[in-house]
Ligand binder design. Structure first.
Ligand code: ATP
Length: 346
């Protein structure tokens, strides 16, 4: 299966006066799995539809391995697509559904390809069943087999898991990811589910209001969000409004040491809950007294909500593995906000 790299240059798309895509540029390497992640209405599906040729961008260029496909009809672009709704033909069997796009092959070659695809998605033995006789996860596997059967160079996935329940979804995420690696097929997947994107993507493009706010690896997006929107959309975080004071930040009655103070006189500091140290045993910078509000046990971690004594009325979060929970004596605690974990946003 020949795979492609994908380049998007300054894609713009409006609906009336509304700008659904406002200058999107992205490069996807051959064999890479990229997730378009963002809230409802940010333009993810519109971008996927432009790449598929199902929507025509107002401006910008789309290249598949250097080939300009911007103005080509969908059938001339060479991709497989999978939607949220499985969109199988209910009156055709599993085999007939998968064979649907294989009319160019002879009968025997088509039969062989269907058998290969069934094996690939783990549904050998179900060829004569009808979609209604399959579970949601199985139907989505058939839809995936149908999308992959003609050996496309690019796979486009639009919220492929969202109709499935959580357990099936997680399982299928893993299957889809290993299948994608095995085939080496360049894949673009739309999702609003950050766990799904984190789990599957080589790189994530976080979208907001028709623009890409950050395009990076899952870890970079989590550890070093480029904008407040990304920081807020991906994972949990603490925000502290600050005024700059040299290399320090004043937050209410506190002075916090920063490693990278930034240029702005004021703004917000951001810190992940797991970076907060509770009752540390060693000497720490930015160590403050605080009052515990609440502890929640979340299975593999504990979430502790607290208020700094010098910043009353402002709830903050700390998270840790249950076994890392320090001894607590009453509600009074000490917390450290390590300088390297404080990110400065203007
Ligand atoms: P969701 O996760 O809810 O599907 P999305 O990020 O995929 O959201 P899009 O479907 O791309 O968002 O839509 C982006 C914006 O463009 C939305 O505000 C939507 O209402 C609007 N839009 C999309 N298609 C059309 C259309 N054909 N006509 C008018 N507006 C549209």
């Amino acid at each position: 299966m020949a795979t492609v790299d994908l380049q998007l240059h300054d894609i713009q798309k409006g609906f009336g006066t509304f700008k659904a895509l406002d200058g999107v540029s992205l490069d996807v390497a051959a064999g890479e799995l990229v997730c378009l992640l963002g809230p409802s209405g940010c333009g993810k599906t519109t971008l996927l539809r432009c790449i598929a040729g199902l929507e025509r961008q107002d401006q910008g260029r789309i290249l598949f391995s250097g080939r300009d496909v911007s103005l080509l009809p969908p059938q001339a672009r060479d991709y497989g697509i999978l939607f949220q709704s499985y969109a199988l033909f209910p009156n055709l069997t599993v085999s007939q559904n998968i064979a649907y796009g294989l009319t160019a092959l002879g009968r025997e070659a088509s039969r062989k390809r269907v058998a290969e695809m069934l094996d690939l998605v783990g549904l050998t033995g179900s060829e004569h069943k009808y979609p209604a006789q399959l579970s949601g996860g199985q139907q989505q596997r058939v839809a995936l087999a149908r999308a992959l059967a003609p050996s496309p160079s690019l796979l486009l996935l639009d919220e492929p898991m969202s109709a499935l329940d959580a357990q099936v979804r997680e399982h299928l995420c893993g299957e889809l990811r290993s299948l994608q690696r095995q085939l080496g097929i360049t894949t673009l997947m739309v999702t609003h589910n950050q766990d799904e994107a984190m789990l599957m993507a080589d790189r994530i493009a976080v979208m907001n209001q028709g623009r890409v706010e950050q395009y990076s690896t899952p870890q970079a997006i989590y550890d070093a969000p480029a904008t407040p929107f990304v920081a807020e959309f991906v994972g949990q975080g603490n925000w502290l409004p600050y005024q700059r004071d040299g290399a320090h930040a004043r937050v209410g009655g506190l002075s916090l040491r920063l490693t990278t103070p930034g240029q702005s006189e004021q703004g917000r500091l951001f810190c992940r809950p797991e970076a907060v140290l509770v009752n540390p045993v060693s000497e720490q910078d930015n160590l403050f007294s605080a009052r515990m509000r609440d502890i929640t046990f979340l299975g593999n971690r504990c979430r502790l909500s607290f208020e700094l004594d010098d910043l009353p009325g402002h709830a903050l979060l700390a998270e840790m593995a249950p076994e890392a929970m320090p001894p607590l004596h009453g509600k009074q605690i000490r917390v450290a906000l390590p300088p390297h974990s404080l990110q400065v946003f203007a």
